[in-house]
Structure formats: structure tokens, C-alpha cells
Design a protein around this ligand. Structure first.
Ligand SMILES: Nc1ncnc2c1ncn2[C@@H]1O[C@H](COP(=O)(O)OP(=O)(O)OP(=O)(O)O)[C@@H](O)[C@H]1O
Ligand SMILES: [Mg+2]
Length: 324
């Protein structure tokens, strides 16, 4: 299995639970493992009953397992601050106010969270030397994955900008202005340097996601979740990323055959419906079902997490990364 493992899926299906269970198993199997969560509502903090923040800390009582929790709100703010910083070095003071106004608006735009989180994920992947495996609770969405096409776009853009820049410097030199100065302007150009840096960032992201990452989707046995999963598989495929497996979570338990009360009949009917849905998944979905996890009567934490971990048929041995 690749060093980076992502668990995606729609809200509430069990991404955090399954990510923690898999990370726990990976650590128990001897891999130095980090689990990264992004959800402030129910997160690694709740599952392990221990506070985490955005720098990795070891999970008490479990050797080789670290966890961190990224707050999307903080990430957006940090992301926009960086842009503000970059831009204010380039523009006149009078533009700074306008830029600040635009950035305030950008804070609330759809995609701001996703794109800030994506940046942070890639950062974690770039700085993962201390770990054999990093488990991400939440996989990148279709819109963030489209960013992977950016290096090609930036390449052309940077080339054209370089060309323009060169031409104008040429003109500058022909006008016989100091001959050393212009070259320095081109080489040290902060805008081009920033674009170049972004290009390399997305190149790394593309390479790491294609060669060193595996994607799993968590789903529940209901119509909505099936449709969402289908879309997510297609979205990843558009970027040439294959979903390795599907995790069916929160399956209704079967009552004993001698039970015939109202509750038992209800459960039996549900099990029947869900069995049919699992059959649909097996026959119509390309990625295999790698786990069928029963619905527990309480939150999955503590010993229950070990139980759930045992139900995952997902390998933990790590293939060495090719890009890190
Ligand atoms: N198999 C299960 N049995 C019982 N409860 C479960 C099971 N799996 C998950 N849960 C519970 O369901 C809730 C949602 O699970 P979880 O937080 O893992 O989902 P999520 O996909 O990460 O949600 P979000 O989209 O909000 O991040 C949690 O309270 C969790 O303890
Ligand atoms: Mg979650």
C-alpha cells in the first residue's frame, strides 16, 4: 500500500472513524503513522479522547501513532494572509486597501476552504519524512483535483511572461541604461519566482497523488451515498486517479432467526434492502468492497475502534514512496 492513504465520502458516513481505525491498524503493524483530520466537529480529538491541534502529537497509549487536526477556518485565514503578504510587496500602498477588500470577500467564496486545505495536505505530504504512512481523513474533491492540471497552464504562462520580460529588458538595454541592472531584475523577479514555486508545488502534488497515494471511499448503504460515491469515483477517474476500494459502514445488524418482534422485523427488512444495495455495489462499481462495518450501538472510540480496525480488509505494509 502507498504511503499516503485518503478516505473520502459524503458528510457523516464515517470517514473520521474509518481513517482513525485504519491509522490505528497501520501503527499496530509497525508503521510510524500520522492521521490528519480536518473536521472540527467530530474529529481525531473525539475518537481518541485527547486534544489535538495542527501540529502532530502522539496518541496516548498507541505506539507509533500521531494525530493532527487542521482547522479549515484557520487555514483559509493563513492562506489569504500569505497572498496578502505576497501582493503587498508587489503593489503600491494605495492598492493594498483594495486587495484587502477583495481578500475579505474571497474568504467566503466557495472553494476557499477546499483550496486552503488542499495546500495544507500537500504541505503535510512534502514534510512527511518522519512517517511511513500518512492517513488523510477526507480526500481532495473534484474541484481541488482540477488544480493538478495547473502546472501545464502555469508553464505556458510563465514562459510567456519570461519572454515578455526579456523583450522589455532587451529594449531597456538597447536604450543604454546600466547593463547589469536589468538582468538582475529578471532573475530576481518575485512574481515569476512565485509562479515558478506554485508550479513546482502542483507538480509535486500531482506526482505524489498519482504515484504515492491510494484513495478509498467510505459509504453507507443508502441511495444517496451510492450516488455520491459514483460521482466521486468518476471525479477521481477524470484526474487519472483510481479508487482502490470502498468501505461500507453503518450496516444494520441482523436479528437472530428466532426473534420475531416488531424491532426484529424492522431490522430484517433493513438488512434485506441493504443486502440488495451491497449487491449493486459489487456488480456495478469498479472498486472492490474492502470492508463491511456493522452499525454499533454507540460512538466508535476506544476498544470499539480496534474492533472496527479488524474489519478493514486493507493492507498496511508500506511501499517506499517515489516522490518524497
Ligand atoms: N459503524 C459505526 N457504528 C456506530 N456509529 C458509527 C459508526 N461509524 C461511525 N459512527 C458514528 O457516526 C458519526 C459520524 O462518523 P464520522 O465522524 O466518522 O463521519 P465523517 O464521515 O467523518 O463525518 P463528517 O463528514 O462530519 O466529517 C460519529 O458519531 C461516529 O462515532
Ligand atoms: Mg469527519
Amino acid at each position: 500500500m502507498e504511503p499516503f492513504v485518503f478516505f473520502g465520502g459524503k458528510g457523516g458516513v464515517g470517514k473520521t472513524t474509518v481513517s482513525c481505525a485504519y491509522a490505528l491498524r497501520s501503527a499496530r503493524d509497525g508503521n510510524r503513522t500520522l492521521v490528519v483530520s480536518t473536521d472540527p466537529a467530530h474529529s481525531v480529538t473525539d475518537v481518541f479522547d485527547q486534544p489535538f491541534d495542527d501540529s502532530p502529537q502522539s496518541v496516548e497509549g498507541i505506539d507509533g501513532l500521531d494525530a493532527m487536526q487542521i482547522d479549515p477556518e484557520d487555514e483559509v485565514t493563513r492562506h489569504l494572509d500569505e497572498i496578502r503578504q505576497d501582493l503587498s510587496e508587489q503593489v503600491s500602498a494605495s492598492m493594498v486597501n483594495e486587495i484587502n477588500r477583495q481578500l475579505e470577500m474571497a474568504h467566503g467564496t466557495p472553494g476557499a476552504y477546499e483550496s486552503a486545505l488542499f495546500d495544507r495536505f500537500v504541505d503535510v505530504m512534502r514534510n512527511a519524512e518522519a512517517y511511513d504512512r500518512v492517513v488523510f481523513d477526507t480526500s481532495p474533491t473534484g474541484s481541488t483535483l482540477r488544480l493538478l492540471g495547473l502546472p501545464d497552464l502555469l508553464e505556458g504562462w510563465i514562459d510567456r511572461l519570461m519572454h515578455k520580460r526579456r523583450t522589455s529588458i532587451d529594449l531597456f538595454e538597447k536604450a543604454a541604461v546600466g547593463s547589469n541592472e536589468p538582468r538582475r531584475v529578471m532573475e530576481g523577479d518575485p512574481v515569476l519566482a512565485r509562479l515558478q514555486e506554485r508550479k513546482e508545488f502542483f507538480e509535486f502534488a500531482g506526482a505524489a497523488l498519482h504515484d504515492d497515494a491510494a484513495f478509498f471511499l467510505v459509504m453507507n448503504p443508502d441511495e444517496l451515498s451510492l450516488n455520491e460515491t459514483r460521482r466521486a469515483i468518476d471525479g477521481l477517474r477524470e484526474q487519472d486517479l483510481a479508487v482502490r476500494g470502498l468501505v461500507a459502514n453503518k450496516l444494520t445488524p441482523s436479528p437472530d432467526s428466532d426473534e420475531n418482534g416488531r424491532g426484529a422485523r424492522y431490522l430484517r427488512e433493513r438488512v434485506e434492502t441493504e443486502t440488495a444495495r451491497l449487491e449493486t455495489i459489487r456488480s456495478e462499481f469498479e472498486p472492490p468492497l474492502v470492508a463491511e462495518i456493522g452499525w454499533r450501538s454507540s460512538e466508535v472510540k476506544g476498544d470499539l475502534l480496534d474492533d472496527v480496525a479488524a474489519e478493514l480488509d486493507i493492507e498496511t505494509a508500506v511501499e517506499p514512496p517515489t516522490h518524497v
